[in-house]
Design a protein around this ligand. Structure first.
Ligand code: UDX
Length: 444
């Protein structure tokens, strides 16, 4: 099929490459000429494992091209995926003006009938709004082409985006149009035949709700285990073992029960907020999700309190954050707990150092000279009064305990991701504190 993907950010670019891999002819379109130029020259504008190789393959096979020109992008397109950003608005809820603009542009420039598919994370009823925008835009046209709207949420995780898209747990799409449904069946035919994953076909609002509810549920799982971690600390239990014990129950599952600094990234914080906002708009106060958000923010204070307990006050103390990205495998800093923590530490007068294996350029853009940047974890800790594990990078987990102790001015480690071997650190005299776990025996 001839597919156009509008917006080549994380979701759009990975989706475009995977569609091309399944044999479709794909055009990636974006207003950002720098991004398109990078892609046309064979570069990749962000870090995502496996993506450069996949792009190489499909671009050299001639199945994926890039342009900034919407008319060219729509020429002959049968299916158009909307993958533009929906950044949070200051008052809560996502900014949908980019999604609306795509709807308007497609209505204006499409010369043949198309299926318009929302893939960006959008609140329920965006599909209905898009249909309305298209109708208004086409009102003055002599012979408007038919544009059918569908919703096809993605569930890809950054850092595993290629695998998640090539081999998803399920495919969800919703539409009221038979033509759109047939087109989406054709888009995913190869992968469904190969992998045999379940396909959930619904109407548009139901597909939109599946995305909201899935992300909100995963965020709830994380906040739930973080709340349990608080109780664990107070009764001397170990949250990781509690999660192991819970996780063997197949109704619960072990995934997303890792206690720590809480969730960040471009999706969970924004999506939970958007779901709260949407629910309120339609007359339901989703207070459960408000609590999920509150617990998530509170986790940064939990770590700060541990530092204060060790260091008394943080003014003029040097604290090293081991990891900046919101999780390993990405250079994405959006809503990264490490950045929130860095800002809180700076406010208390601390000197902040940050180590990260891939995200330092982005940290510089976010925080400028307010923090010191290091590409070596031990050097980042040299002379610091405490180190905090903020992202569970393999490079952080592989730190040699003795080298860490020798580097630090005070042997204090707060493990905000429960990633290190606390017993090994305590055995050589490091004051080790994790989230929701008793102090290791050797330092008790
Ligand atoms: C998420 C969803 O997983 C994906 O399905 C959706 O399409 C987009 O949002 P992503 O944001 O890439 O993907 O990251 P994910 O791996 O889900 O992690 C999100 C955050 O939760 C990270 O900050 C991670 O550190 C944190 N997390 C995750 C925990 O704190 N504990 C856990 O047990 C799991």
């Amino acid at each position: 099929m001839k597919i156009t993907v509008v917006g080549v950010g994380h979701v759009g670019l990975v989706s475009a490459a995977c569609f091309a891999r399944w044999g479709h002819e794909v055009v990636g379109m974006d207003d950002d000429s720098r991004k398109i130029e990078t892609l046309q020259k064979g570069g990749v504008p962000f870090f995502e494992p496996g993506l450069p190789e996949l792009l190489d393959e499909v671009v050299s096979a001639g199945r994926l091209t890039f342009t900034t020109d919407i008319e060219r992008a729509l020429d002959g397109a049968e299916v158009v995926f909307v993958c533009v950003g929906t950044p949070p608005l200051p008052g809560g809820g996502p900014n949908l003006s980019y999604v609306e603009a795509v709807g308007r542009n497609v209505a204006k420039h499409a010369r043949t009938s198309v299926v318009l598919v929302e893939k960006s994370t959008v609140p329920a009823n965006t599909g209905a709004r898009l249909t309305q925008v298209i109708a208004r835009e086409q009102a003055g046209l002599d012979s408007p082409v038919s544009i059918d709207v569908a919703s096809n949420p993605e569930f890809l995780r950054e850092g595993a985006a290629v695998q998640d898209t090539l081999h998803p747990d399920r495919i969800v799409y919703g539409t009221g149009s038979e033509r759109a449904r047939d087109a989406l069946r054709e888009v995913y035919r190869t992968v469904v035949e190969e992998d045999g994953m379940p396909v959930v076909e619904t109407d548009v609002p139901t597909a939109e709700l599946i995305k909201h509810a899935s992300n909100a549920f995963l965020a709830t799982k994380i906040s739930f285990i973080n709340a349990v971690a608080q109780v664990c600390e107070r009764v001397g239990a170990d949250v990781d073992q509690v999660a192991d014990g819970m996780g063997f129950d197949q109704r619960i599952g072990r995934q997303f029960l890792y206690a720590g600094l809480g969730y960040g990234g471009s999706c969970f914080p924004k999506d939970v907020d958007a779901f709260i906002h949407l629910s309120r708009q339609v007359g339901y106060e989703f207070t459960l999700l408000e609590e999920v958000e509150r617990i998530n923010c509170e986790q940064r204070n939990v770590v700060l309190d541990k530092l204060r307990n060790e260091l008394w006050h943080l003014n003029e103390k040097t604290v090293t954050l081991l990891g900046a990205a919101f999780k390993p495998g990405t250079d994405d800093l959006r809503e990264a707990p490490a950045l929130h923590l860095a800002r809180m530490l700076l406010e208390e007068g601390a000197t902040v150092r940050i180590y990260d294996p891939v995200a330092l350029a982005n940290v510089k853009e976010e925080l400028g000279d307010a923090v010191e940047l290091f590409d070596d974890p031990i050097e980042a800790c040299r002379g610091a009064h405490a180190a905090v594990v903020t992202t569970e990078w393999d490079e952080v987990k592989a730190i040699d305990p003795q080298a860490l102790k020798d580097a630090l001015a005070y042997p204090i480690v707060v493990d905000g991701r429960n990633a290190l071997d606390g017993e090994a650190l305590a055995a050589i005299g490091i004051h080790y504190q994790a989230i929701g776990k008793p102090a290791p025996r050797a330092s008790a």
